[in-house]
Design a protein around this ligand. Structure first.
Ligand code: CGF
Length: 824
């Protein structure tokens, strides 16, 4: 037993007590939300003891700690996950059942903390889960956005964004820690002086605005090991209380400004994935949480150590994409201006502390800040960046004399911009990509010059996912079955899941596996009936594409193919066709027009197809509203086919692909990102691969693209589909509704390059791959073997494996074992 507190009677009493003290109610009077709060507080009680014990063990071990800096942590709901990791899920479920409370319903009361956009934020959450489970001391550092990722409503087929007020009812798992507040300063000017005593340069920031950063700590519970790490997210508060004497002194304006800044800075997550918005507020957010986190990190270090020159022996900072890379100059500032180191000493410490992960090659995602904005907002930081750049360019010119092209490409400050990726690569000790192919593209293409100069810094860390959330919690039927068959070792060592492999030849096992899949499809069908009012046949093939909406991910290709299938079925009603259900889930950034048009198109096609009785339900299309971590768990468990169809070379890794695989869904995809490694693990015969290779795409791009009209005029079935975008078939006769989408494919006038994402080029190979899916699915024996093999070969894709690689190659942490914090 994890803790005596989870013994049924003790736990029930605790929940009753909590309802009483929190709400002055009895259990029967309490609302489901109140019961959720009461249960969560009871669970938190146990967590707190282990949290204290973990901190004590870390202190005693004086262990090196990783600070994972990220603008996004897409945590998903905490209650169920905490119970899984405390190995108390079934005990608590039973205890609550005895009180006539359904744990699943209570879990549904928890808002999804959606402090992230997609893969990058979810990766950060999986990493925290693995760090705790593997006994490594870690902090996640981020922002406590008051509004997370918007909630998506679909109205008349269009996406409508609704603010996500996730803190409305309060978050039972967080702790506000006012005593660790830090001041963060913006703007003003820098005055330079010489210290009369030491002769050292001193830089004084004047006329600045500042805010107080207040940390909120959330527990990150390891699986079955009593380790609790901390996700520290920062809230902002005005420093000057809005007082009259400020007004009297003529500072009224400033007081209001500081008040506003504090309100604004943590107000909302920018809803862009793979695309940066060059907004001043975004840079403020970045500096805000980085400065606060680094100040806290140094203060903690100094409690036990007095030589700041050895900081890197006890901490390491991982910068999750370019968003937190202002950590480089901020750490330099703190070391020089606050701790009194000289430049060389500070550089030595900083460059041994900071490491950078690149998540994308999409040019529009690499952050560049206009110098005037950057220097105005962060004047001292800008001076430091100038100095880093100046010193670096001396090195470049030494290595490549007379080669000003190199200087232009590699400089941090160029063309009026601060290039954050360049700064991170130059300054840190490690640069990693997130899948083998991605890292190779970085080394040979995107970051070639840097790779030539610093080959030792580059390494690959293929992404991973936590099997605790995406199998143990999301798919309890399959999880239970796997444990019955091979024991529960897979929960903390996913390589053990390979022990399922022999079962592909066991007919009984295959039948059971497919029965579980069927039950999960029924569960999803119920969800869809409830939310979309659409009736699904769980015997049809559930073909699922869920991820952010982005052109390179090619949801457009998927829906065009559905339009094509629909034409086929209408034209050849006698044709043999295995019933298919196509399921989409995707949020589009609010200002991303083509992405929003694609959502509308999917919904319009769904409307037409689902309501056409003449096709006898052979084809169904569903758009899941508000795709998020909680409904994702249902979708992965129920999918037959995993659509991973990005234009090759564009998806750095993908992590949804791994979640589908883990749950037994073969990949229908391109050789992109981690798909390549998935295919390596499971074998090409157990996936459906199609389309241009990354090298072919890159070659086309280097020659300025290709001419899609050649395909359009030579493939009348495809032409008909594309023309249907303009003839009103899916737009109630409106000929303009999908004009942007149409133009993106064909019109040289309207787009930089027509069909930038090679949709026409890959269309036929995609349709062929779908044929192969259908054929394979008809053969039950073959399909069940493929499905089991996908699960059985997914061992590599645990975030536990990824974290061990980060630890060995980059972070160099040691495990710390934590005794139970529970009083006996
Ligand atoms: O990071 C992504 C995701 N969209 O958030 N990128 N960013 N930025 C990549 O596009 C994915 O391919 C990747 O899996 C993810 C996490 O590394």
């Amino acid at each position: 037993m994890y803790s005596k507190r989870f013994e049924k009677e003790t736990f029930k009493a605790e929940v009753r007590d909590n309802v009483k003290t929190l709400y002055r109610k009895t259990i029967d009077e309490a609302t489901p939300q109140q019961i959720f709060q009461a249960v969560s507080y009871a669970v938190k009680e146990v967590i707190i003891d282990d949290w204290l014990a973990s901190q004590k063990a870390y202190d005693e071990a004086d262990a090196k700690t990783v600070y994972y800096m990220s603008m996004e942590f897409l945590m998903g709901r905490a209650l169920g996950n905490n119970l899984i990791n405390m190995t108390a899920y079934s005990e608590v479920k039973e205890a609550l059942k005895e009180m006539n409370i359904d744990l699943n319903a209570i879990e549904d009361e928890e808002p999804d903390p959606a402090l992230g956009n997609g893969g990058l934020g979810r990766l950060a959450a999986c990493f925290l889960d693995s760090l705790s489970t593997l006994n490594y001391p870690a902090y996640g550092c981020g922002i406590r956005y008051r509004y997370g990722m918007f909630k998506q409503k679909i109205e008349n087929g269009y996406q409508v964004e609704v603010p996500d007020n996730w803190l409305k009812e309060g978050n039972p798992f967080e702790l506000r820690r006012e005593e660790y507040a830090k001041e963060v300063r913006f703007g003003g000017n820098i005055r330079f002086e010489k210290d009369p005593e030491t002769g050292k340069d001193i830089f004084i920031q004047e006329n600045y605005e500042s805010v107080l950063a207040i940390p909120y700590d959330m527990p990150i519970v390891g699986y079955g090991n009593h380790v609790v790490n901390t996700l520290r997210v920062w809230d902002a508060k005005a420093i000057t209380d809005f007082q009259l004497d400020e007004f009297d002194r003529g500072n009224y304006h400033k007081a209001v400004e500081q008040e506003n800044l504090a309100k604004l800075i943590v107000d909302v997550l920018y809803p862009n994935d793979n695309h940066y918005s060059g907004k001043e507020l975004r840079l403020k957010q970045q500096y805000f949480f980085i400065s606060a986190s680094l100040q806290a990190m140094i203060a903690k270090y100094k409690k036990k150590h007095n030589d700041i020159r050895k900081l890197h022996e006890k901490v390491v900072i991982q910068m999750n994409d370019t968003h937190p890379t202002v950590a480089v100059p901020e750490l330099m500032r703190l070391l020089i201006d606050e701790e009194g180191l000289n430049w060389e000493e500070a550089w030595e410490v900083m460059s041994k502390t900071c490491a950078y992960t690149n998540h994308t090659i999409m040019a529009e995602a690499l952050e560049k800040w206009p110098i005037d904005l950057f220097s105005r907002l962060l004047p001292r930081i800008y001076q430091i960046v100038q100095e880093i750049d100046r010193r670096f360019l001396i090195q470049v010119r030494e290595k490549y004399p007379g080669n000003e092209e190199k200087v232009k490409k590699m400089a941090i400050l160029m063309d009026g911009q601060v290039r954050m990726a360049n700064m991170a690569i130059i300054s840190g000790f490690s640069v990693n990509g997130v899948a083998k192919l991605h890292t190779e593209i970085l080394k040979n293409q995107e970051l070639k010059d840097f790779y030539e100069m610093f080959p030792q810094k580059f390494n690959n860390k293929t992404n991973g996912i936590t099997q605790r959330r995406f199998l143990a919690h999301g798919n309890p039927l399959l999880a239970g079955w796997i444990t019955d068959r091979i024991g529960d070792g897979w929960l903390t060592d996913l390589s053990k899941i390979a022990n399922l492999k022999p079962l592909v030849n066991d007919e009984q096992a295959r039948r059971e596996f497919m029965q579980i899949k069927h039950k999960n499809k029924v569960r999803l069908a119920e969800y869809i009936k409830k939310h979309n009012g659409i009736e699904l046949d769980p015997r049809s093939i559930f073909d699922v594409q869920v991820k952010r909406l982005h052109e390179y991910k090619r949801q457009f290709l998927n829906i065009l193919h559905i339009m094509y299938l629909y034409n086929q079925i209408k034209e050849h009603p006698e044709m043999s066709f295995y019933p298919r259900t196509f399921i989409f889930g995707a949020k589009a950034a609010a200002g991303y027009q083509r992405a929003k048009e694609t959502i509308k198109l999917i919904n319009s096609v769904a409307d037409v197809v689902n309501n056409d009785r003449s096709i006898n339900g052979k084809l169904k299309v569903v758009f899941i509203e508000d795709y998020r971590v909680s409904n994702a768990e249902l979708l992965f468990a129920a999918a037959d086919v995993s659509e991973q169809i990005s234009t090759a070379s564009k998806e750095a890794s993908g992590t949804g692909n791994m979640k589908f695989m883990l749950n037994g869904a073969p990949t229908l995809g391109t050789m992109d990102g981690a798909n390549v490694e998935i295919v390596q693990e499971v074998g090409e015969e157990n996936a459906f691969i199609f389309g241009l290779s990354s090298q072919e795409v890159i070659n086309y791009e280097n020659q300025g693209g290709y001419n899609p009209l050649d395909i359009y005029f030579n493939d009348w079935e495809l032409k008909r589909v594309i023309d249907q975008l303009m003839d009103g078939t899916y737009a109630n006769g409106d000929h303009n509704m999908y004009k942007n989408l149409y133009n993106s494919l064909l019109n040289t006038q309207c787009t930089a390059r027509p069909d930038m994402y090679f949709i026409l080029k890959d269309f036929r190979p995609y349709a062929e791959a779908h044929k192969r899916v259908e054929e394979a699915y008809r053969d039950e024996q073959r399909w069940s073997k493929m499905a089991i093999l996908n699960t059985a070969c997914s061992g590599k894709f645990s975030s536990d494996r990824t974290i061990e690689e980060y630890v060995t190659d980059i972070w160099k942490l040691k495990k710390v074992y934590v005794p139970s914090g529970q009083p006996e």
